[in-house]
Design a protein around this ligand. Structure first.
Ligand SMILES: NC(=O)c1ccc[n+]([C@@H]2O[C@H](COP(=O)([O-])OP(=O)(O)OC[C@H]3O[C@@H](n4cnc5c(N)ncnc54)[C@H](O)[C@@H]3O)[C@@H](O)[C@H]2O)c1
Length: 449
């Protein structure tokens, strides 16, 4: 099948590349000339495990190409995926201007049938606006287009794995033709007919559910899923705060809860809260679209409030230990919003750094992949080349993102490098007894002193 992917970011690049890997011919389009130039020069604009080798292989096989020219990308396409950003407006509503721009392009430059697929995360009822826009701006008028919603559930850091091993593929359609096209497109995944780029032999698992719904329900599934996961995180963070007050250990509580299959262990990790380009903005957008339709989603406003409070709590903990933050040097380990990605958008680590800087603290920061993006966002911090360099001369070391390599550091070396050996483990990731035995003062989230 010939596919055009518009927006070649974390979602578009993964989707386009993986669809090429299973045999489709894909042209990825982006209006960012630098990104397309980087890709055409054989380099990667983002870090995502396994993605680089897939991009190279599929370009070589002639199934994958990159362009800034929408006309070229759209020329032979039967399916156009919309994967552009939907960032938040000041009031939390999703900014859909990039989606609209792409839809107008499709409308005005297509003379034969196209299936237009929303993969960007959009509020419910966007599909109706997409259909209407296609009709208004298409010289061909009615009947040339179908619109579908195919929400993306990939997790940055394991996006390629997630494409090949999804729990479910959701398609919201309003015509049998659209359903058949999407079923055909995902056939190799549904039937397990691909050579997996992640495993030499894949663990046996049942095929993913191909869930067909109407467009509005599919749009809602995405916002509701992300908001629910965010709610789980804020819930355990609220429990962590109570644990601190009564002297219980949130790690034991979350383990005990997670063993109940109805609850599940995932997203029950107490810490600095959630960030990234999805949860914070999707939660806000879901609250706003509910509000617009006359429903006050107060439970989700509380989820957001609890999450914002995590950074305040971290500051309080640092102040309790260091008293005055002005003039103090603080090391931060982990800057990406989660491990295995270079993405720093809405990262709790960066928010904490900004707050510490406002208090007058000096920051020495380290991340295995996100150093460059952090330096672009916060130019006035020292970016270290190793965790040891980040620890030098510090009065506190904050673990803000749980990269696996931080578990096996030479803690003796770190302690010697620090002025005051205080570790604030913002992810409850380190072995507190090992650190205390090594001479550190240790503070986590929701754990007894
Ligand atoms: N990142 C994730 O983990 C994830 C997961 C699921 C869903 N989503 C959703 O997918 C969408 C994209 O997210 P992302 O993380 O890939 O964002 P991104 O910022 O990495 O990528 C978006 C790309 O769209 C391009 N773009 C913007 N306007 C354009 C236009 N008019 N024409 C062509 N290209 C244009 C940008 O240059 C950028 O490269 C968002 O709606 C997001 O909520 C993201």
């Amino acid at each position: 099948m010939n596919i055009c992917v518009t927006g070649t970011g974390y979602v578009g690049l993964v989707t386009g590349t993986c669809l090429a890997e299973v045999g489709h011919r894909v042209v990825c389009m982006d209006h960012d000339g630098n990104k397309i130039h980087t890709l055409n020069a054989g380099r990667m604009p983002i870090f995502e495990p396994h993605l680089e080798e897939l991009v190279h292989r599929n370009r070589e096989k002639g199934r994958l190409s990159f362009t800034t020219d929408f006309g070229l990308a759209n020329r032979d396409a039967e399916v156009v995926f919309i994967c552009v950003g939907t960032p938040p407006h000041e009031n939390g509503e999703a900014d859909l201007s990039a989606v609209e721009k792409v839809v107008r392009e499709v409308a005005s430059r297509s003379s034969s049938y196209r299936l237009v697929v929303e993969k960007s995360t959009v509020p419910v009822q966007t599909g109706e606006y997409v259909s209407r826009t296609l009709q208004i701006y298409s010289p061909g008028g009615q009947g040339l287009f179908d619109v579908a919603s195919n929400p993306e559930f990939l997790r940055e850091g394991s996006a390629v794995y997630d494409f090949f091993h999804p729990d479910r593929i959701v398609v919201g359609v309003d015509s049998p033709r659209a359903e058949n096209i999407l079923r055909g497109l995902y056939q190799p995944i549904l039937e397990g007919k691909f050579s997996c780029p992640v495993h030499s032999s894949c663990p046996s698992s049942p095929p993913p559910t191909f869930l067909v719904t109407d467009v509005k329900s599919a749009e809602l599934i995405k916002h509701a899923s992300n908001s629910f996961l965010a709610m789980k995180i804020s819930f355990i963070n609220a429990v962590a705060d109570l644990c601190e007050k009564v002297g219980a250990d949130v790690e034991k509580v979350s383990r005990g809860m997670g063993l109940d299959a109805r609850i599940g262990k995932d997203f029950l990790r107490a810490g600095l809260g959630f960030g990234g380009f999805c949860f914070p903005k999707d939660l806000q957008a879901f609250v706003r679209i509910a509000e617009k339709n006359g429903y006050d989603f107060s439970i989700l406003r509380e989820v957001e409030k609890i999450n914002k409070g995590r950074i305040e709590l971290a500051l309080e903990k640092l102040k309790k230990e260091l008293w005055i933050l002005q003039g103090k040097t603080i090391g931060v380990l982990g800057l990406a919003f989660k491990p295995q990605t270079d993405d720093t958008r809405f990262a709790p680590a960066l928010e904490l750094i900004r707050r510490l800087q406002r208090e007058g603290a000096k920051i020495r920061a380290y991340d295995p992949k996100a150093a460059q993006k952090t330096a672009e966002e916060i130019p006035d911090i020292f970016i270290a080349e190793s965790p040891y360099q980040a620890a030098e001369g510090t009065e506190a070391l904050v673990l803000a993102t749980e990269w696996p390599e931080f578990r096996d550091l030479d803690w003796e070396r770190i302690r010697r490098a620090m002025v005051h050996p205080f570790i604030f483990d913002g992810r409850n990731f380190l072995d507190s007894s090992q650190l205390r035995a090594a001479g550190f003062r240790y503070e986590g989230m929701g754990r007894p002193q």
